[in-house]
Design a binder for this molecule. Structure first.
Ligand SMILES: NC(=O)C1=CN([C@@H]2O[C@H](COP(=O)(O)OP(=O)(O)OC[C@H]3O[C@@H](n4cnc5c(N)ncnc54)[C@H](O)[C@@H]3O)[C@@H](O)[C@H]2O)C=CC1
Ligand SMILES: CC(=O)C(=O)O
Ligand SMILES: [Mg+2]
Length: 372
C-alpha cells in the first residue's frame, strides 16, 4: 500500500503522524511511504531522516493526498484537507466527530473510510490510541493551570504547592481516567491538595490505592461536584464517554459559586467540553474569562510538546497502522477493536455515539465491510 503523511496544519500543531522510526517499520512491511516536505520539522526530524528511513518526500500536501491509499495524520482533517480525501482511501487520525458536524459532513461527502484513533479499543476496556495523548494532556493540564493561576495571567494568584506556613492550592479533577490520573500525579508532585471525582467507584478504589491516601477521591454527585468546584483554585475537566459529546457537568450558574480568578482547564474540550461555558481555544490564544473564571480549552494540548507527544503517539498507532496497510479493509473487518475505531465509511456513519450526537442513522461496520 502507499501510505502518506502530510504536515499538520492546525494552529500550533507540531506533531507528525509518522516519525522516521515508524516509516522504517512500514517500509520493512513492504509499503511505500510519502511524506510532505518538512512534515517532521516540529519534532526535529528533517527530510533527510525520512529519506534515510525509506520515504519519498512530496513537495505539497496535495501530492500526498492524491497519491496515498492511506493517509496517516494526528489531528482531525481541516476543511482544505477533507476536500482532498476520496472514496477507497483510508484516513487514520484523531477525528472527535461528535461535537463537529461540519467535519462529519465533509468526511461523509468525501466517501473516505475514516478510522478515529480515539475510539479504537483494547481487551482491557481501554482506548489505547487515545491513552498516550491523555497522559500528555493530563500532565500538561497542571502546568497550564498553574501558569493561568498567576495574577498577571488573570488568575487568583495562588501557588499550587503553597509554602511552609501557607496552605497549598486546591485542585479538583473531574473524571479520574487517564487524563485525571496524570493530572493528579503532577498536582500531587507540586504539593497541591487534590480531589478526584468520578462516577466509577471501581476507578475511585483503584486511584485511592495508587495514591496511598495522597489524594481525596469523591463519587461525583451534583452536590459533591458543586462543593469541590466551589472550593477549588484549579478545576481539570477530564470526563469521557467514548465517541460521545462530553456531558456538561459544570453549568454557567455554578461559575458564580467559584472563587474569582479560579482556573478551569477543560481537557475534554476535544469532545465538546464538560463545562457549559467552554469553547475551543488555540495555543496562540489559549485562555478567556467568563464571570471571573479563567478558562483554558486548547483542543490539541499535546501539540505543545511535540517531541514527547509524536513519539508517544506513534508507539501506540503503529500496530494498527501496519495492520491497515497490510490488510486494508480486511483488517477492520477482522478485528473488533479496529472496527470500533471506524467512524465513517463510504458516506455512512458507523459509530453509534457519533451518530446519536449528530442525528445520523448508524450503519454497523459488520454490515458494510464486505471484504470476503
Ligand atoms: N484537549 C486535548 O488536547 C486532549 C483531550 N483529551 C480528552 O480528554 C478526555 C478524557 O480522556 P481520558 O482520560 O483518556 O478518558 P478515560 O476514558 O480514561 O477517562 C474518563 C473518565 O471519566 C469518567 N466519567 C464519565 N462520565 C463521568 C461523569 N458524569 N462524572 C464523573 N466522571 C465521569 C469515567 O468513569 C472515566 O474514569 C477525552 O475527551 C479525551 O479526548 C485527551 C488528550 C488530549
Ligand atoms: C487527543 C487529542 O485531541 C490530541 O492529542 O490532540
Ligand atoms: Mg480536536
Amino acid at each position: 500500500m502507499r501510505v502518506g503523511c502530510p504536515k499538520e496544519i492546525k494552529n500550533h500543531e507540531y506533531r507528525v503522524g509518522l516519525t522516521p522510526g515508524a516509516v522504517r517499520e512500514y517500509i520493512a512491511h513492504g509499503h511505500e511511504v510519502i511524506i510532505e516536505t518538512q512534515a517532521g520539522s516540529g519534532i526535529g526530524a528533517d527530510d533527510g531522516q525520512y529519506i534515510a528511513a525509506g520515504a519519498r518526500i512530496a513537495e505539497t500536501a496535495q501530492e500526498v493526498f492524491e497519491k496515498s491509499d492511506m493517509v496517516v495524520k494526528v489531528k482531525e482533517p481541516q476543511p482544505t484537507e477533507w476536500a482532498q480525501l476520496r472514496e477507497g482511501q483510508i484516513l487514520y487520525t484523531y477525528l472527535h466527530l461528535a461535537p463537529d458536524p461540519e467535519q462529519t459532513k465533509g468526511l461523509l461527502k468525501s466517501g473516505v473510510t475514516a478510522v478515529a484513533y480515539e475510539t479504537v479499543t483494547d481487551d482491557r476496556g481501554g482506548l489505547p490510541l487515545l491513552a498516550p495523548m491523555s497522559e500528555v494532556a493530563g500532565r500538561l493540564a497542571i502546568q497550564a493551570g498553574a501558569t493561568a493561576l498567576q495574577k498577571a495571567n488573570g488568575g487568583r494568584g495562588v501557588l499550587l504547592g503553597g509554602v511552609p506556613g501557607v496552605l497549598p492550592g486546591k485542585v479538583a479533577v473531574v473524571g479520574g481516567g487517564v487524563v485525571g490520573l496524570h493530572a493528579a500525579r503532577m498536582a500531587v508532585g507540586l504539593g497541591a491538595d487534590v480531589t478526584i471525582l468520578d462516577r466509577s467507584l471501581a476507578r475511585l478504589r483503584q486511584l485511592d490505592d495508587l495514591f496511598s491516601g495522597r489524594v481525596h477521591t469523591r463519587y461525583s454527585t451534583i452536590d459533591a461536584l458543586e462543593e469541590e468546584v466551589f472550593a477549588a483554585d484549579l478545576v481539570i475537566g477530564a470526563v469521557l464517554i467514548p465517541g460521545a459529546a462530553a456531558p456538561k457537568l459544570v453549568t454557567r450558574d455554578m461559575l458564580t459559586g467559584m472563587k474569582k480568578g479560579a482556573v478551569i482547564v477543560d481537557v475534554a474540550i476535544d469532545q465538546g467540553g464538560c463545562f457549559e461555558t467552554s469553547h475551543a481555544t488555540t495555543h496562540s490564544d489559549p485562555t478567556y474569562e467568563v464571570d471571573g473564571i479563567v478558562h483554558y480549552c486548547v483542543a490539541n494540548m499535546p501539540g505543545a510538546v511535540p517531541v514527547t507527544s509524536a513519539h508517544a503517539l506513534n508507539n501506540a498507532t503503529l500496530h494498527y497502522g501496519l495492520a491497515l496497510a497490510d490488510r486494508g479493509l480486511r483488517a477492520i473487518a477482522e478485528d473488533r477493536h479496529l472496527r470500533n475505531g471506524l467512524n465513517i465509511h463510504r458516506g455512512r456513519v458507523t459509530n453509534q455515539p457519533v451518530a446519536e450526537a449528530l442525528g445520523y442513522d448508524v450503519t454497523h461496520a459488520d454490515a458494510i465491510l464486505n471484504v470476503a
